[in-house]
Every structure is written in structure tokens, then in C-alpha cells.
Design a protein around this ligand. Structure first.
Ligand SMILES: [Zn+2]
Ligand SMILES: [Zn+2]
Ligand SMILES: [Zn+2]
Ligand SMILES: [Zn+2]
Ligand SMILES: [Zn+2]
Ligand SMILES: [Zn+2]
Ligand SMILES: [Zn+2]
Length: 308
């Protein structure tokens, strides 16, 4: 067995035959990436596993800096609010995490003409987080709106995406993190490197390129300690296995390398540029329709009407 392990260590990264180096039983809550689709949400995973979801019919809006009470929408009888659906061009984004709301139940403002909505798990966030892995010895406090400007717009110190949703932060240090990045797991597994666990690492000390987008990894990423395999945070967690786009009636699937080695024959339907043959991309086999991962509308963390 020792030999088998040694040979797995020297294997090149990627799709080669590697020996599985972990037991599923040892990691019952392991996040399997890519996440199935945009409905699967890191926060939901976190709270469901902890059994912390306690559903109330109505909650006070005040703790979310909202002036009206919020009501649980749990059947379609509850009115005229349509769930997020890119195929029908319906956008319903949570005001806490700014990600789509695609299933019931969720909370909506009780005022008829107020569009404030929240995922159920986004109403159950802890009021503070001590000793956060990214800033040890520090207490990060929940903020429905950061005190930076009147829009609460901030740049997350972990994923570096601009955000105007809920945050955890420390005002003294002017340090703010969006609510997804606060719950980033220590380890994940990813289909692009399926047999080895990928561990979270802080990129500031080592310059590494992401396997998915070939960009240098910014603040944090995941890597395989035995192989030269690195992913940045956003490519690991924000690129689901399938996406829907209004331009294509089929789901587009995440591909880890250009098919048939004819990278230059593929071009992105959104920006019309070619593909870097080593970059991941989305593709529909039926329509031969392709899209850069960066051109897919997946990394949005601001509500459009707030963007300045
Ligand atoms: Zn949310
Ligand atoms: Zn309201
Ligand atoms: Zn972030
Ligand atoms: Zn990347
Ligand atoms: Zn590996
Ligand atoms: Zn593109
Ligand atoms: Zn198609």
C-alpha cells in the first residue's frame, strides 16, 4: 500500500489516475464541488447541517435594518412573488447574500410594494463570529449594512468582490467580509481533482495560478497538498456544475478543458472571444453553445439598482 501512496504523490495534477486519499465517513459534511447548480448555496449547506433552521411565520425587520416586518412565503398561495428564474428573466435576489432565491420558503417584506426578500437561512446568522479563520483573535460583528457609505457598499476582504448585502466586520479595522466568505469550509472536494481533498489556504505568502481561470490567486484558495493543483475561491465555489442562461434552452455544463482539442473553434457567445485552451468553460452539447466562466452571470454580489 505504501507504494500505491507514493505513486499517487508523484502523479501530475488533474485527471490522471490518483488514489483516493480520504474516507467519506471521516468527512460527513464535506462540500462536493462544483455545486450542483445556482440553487445550491454554501450558507444553506452550513445551516442545514447544523440543524439550526427554526422557521417563524413572521420576523422583525429591525435586525436587518429594514423598517417593516417580514413574512414567511411558503406556498404559492402566498401571493404574486415569482421565484428567481433566468429562463423567464425573473430576478429574485436575496437582500442578505445577493444570491438567487429559487425555492420556498423565503421571507418577504409584509408591505405590498416593498421588494425586500431574504433566504430563510440568511435570517438566522449569528450576531458575531469569534476567532474567524481569516482574522484570528478578532471578533467580527454581523452588520445588515456596513457603515462605509449610505449604500453599504464594501469590497469583501476575502473574495474581493464588491458587495452591498449583509456583512461581518470590524469597524475599528475597517475590515468587512460578505456572509458567504465567513463560512468557507476548511476542506472541499472537487470533480476536477476528485480523489484528493482540497484544503483552504491563504494565498498572500505564495503566488499560485488558479487551474480554472489561470489568474493568480488573490486572497484565498483551495489546493491539493500532494499535487500542483490550485483553485481560487470563486472558481471553486461560485462555478456550479450546470447553469441556465436565457440564450440556451438547455442547461450549460461546466467543462474542465476544451473538448476535442479544438479550443480555437469554440468561442464565447457572450463576448465573442475565443477560449484559452486551459481555462474551464460552460458548454451545451446540443447547441454547441459555449461561454467563458467569467461571462456567466455568477459572481454578482450587488443589487443592480445599487451599483454606482
Ligand atoms: Zn440569502
Ligand atoms: Zn419593506
Ligand atoms: Zn467574499
Ligand atoms: Zn480561478
Ligand atoms: Zn492531488
Ligand atoms: Zn466570454
Ligand atoms: Zn443548448
Amino acid at each position: 500500500m505504501k507504494d500505491a501512496f507514493m505513486s499517487s504523490v508523484s502523479m501530475p495534477a488533474g485527471y490522471g489516475k490518483t488514489y483516493k486519499n480520504f474516507k467519506d465517513d471521516d468527512h460527513p459534511n464535506l462540500i462536493h464541488c462544483p455545486l450542483a447548480d445556482e440553487n445550491v448555496n454554501l450558507l444553506a449547506h452550513h445551516f442545514k447541517n447544523k440543524g439550526e433552521l427554526v422557521i417563524k411565520r413572521e420576523i422583525d425587520g429591525e435586525m436587518f435594518c429594514h423598517p417593516h416586518p417580514l413574512i414567511l412565503y411558503d406556498t404559492f398561495l402566498n401571493g404574486s412573488v415569482s421565484l428567481h428564474d433566468p429562463m423567464k428573466k425573473v430576478e429574485l435576489l436575496c437582500d442578505g447574500c445577493l444570491r438567487p432565491i429559487t425555492s420556498m420558503p423565503f421571507y418577504k417584506c409584509s408591505e405590498h410594494d416593498c421588494d425586500f426578500v431574504l433566504h430563510e437561512w440568511c435570517t438566522m446568522l449569528p450576531s458575531q463570529i469569534q476567532d474567524h479563520h481569516h482574522s484570528p483573535g478578532h471578533t467580527l460583528v454581523f452588520m445588515a449594512k456596513t457603515p462605509i457609505d449610505s449604500l453599504g457598499l464594501f469590497k469583501c476582504q476575502i473574495c474581493w468582490l464588491p458587495c452591498n448585502g449583509f456583512a461581518y466586520g470590524c469597524m475599528q479595522c475597517a475590515y468587512y467580509v460578505d456572509i458567504h466568505c465567513v463560512f468557507i469550509p476548511d476542506v472541499i472536494t472537487h470533480d476536477a481533482h476528485p480523489n484528493h481533498l482540497l484544503s483552504r489556504f491563504k494565498a498572500s505568502s505564495a503566488y499560485k495560478d488558479c487551474k480554472a481561470c489561470t489568474e493568480r490567486i488573490g486572497e484565498m484558495g483551495f489546493y491539493c497538498p500532494t499535487c500542483d493543483f490550485y483553485l481560487d475561491l470563486n472558481c471553486a465555489l461560485l462555478l456550479p456544475r450546470t447553469i441556465r442562461h436565457k440564450f440556451d434552452k438547455h442547461p450549460l455544463t461546466l467543462r474542465y478543458y476544451p473538448a476535442e482539442n479544438h479550443g480555437s473553434e469554440y468561442f464565447c457567445e457572450i463576448c465573442e472571444d475565443e477560449f484559452d485552451p486551459t481555462d474551464w468553460f460552460y458548454h451545451c452539447n446540443m447547441c454547441a453553445y459555449s461561454m467563458h466562466t467569467a461571462c456567466a452571470p455568477l459572481k454578482q454580489q450587488c443589487k443592480l439598482y445599487f451599483v454606482i
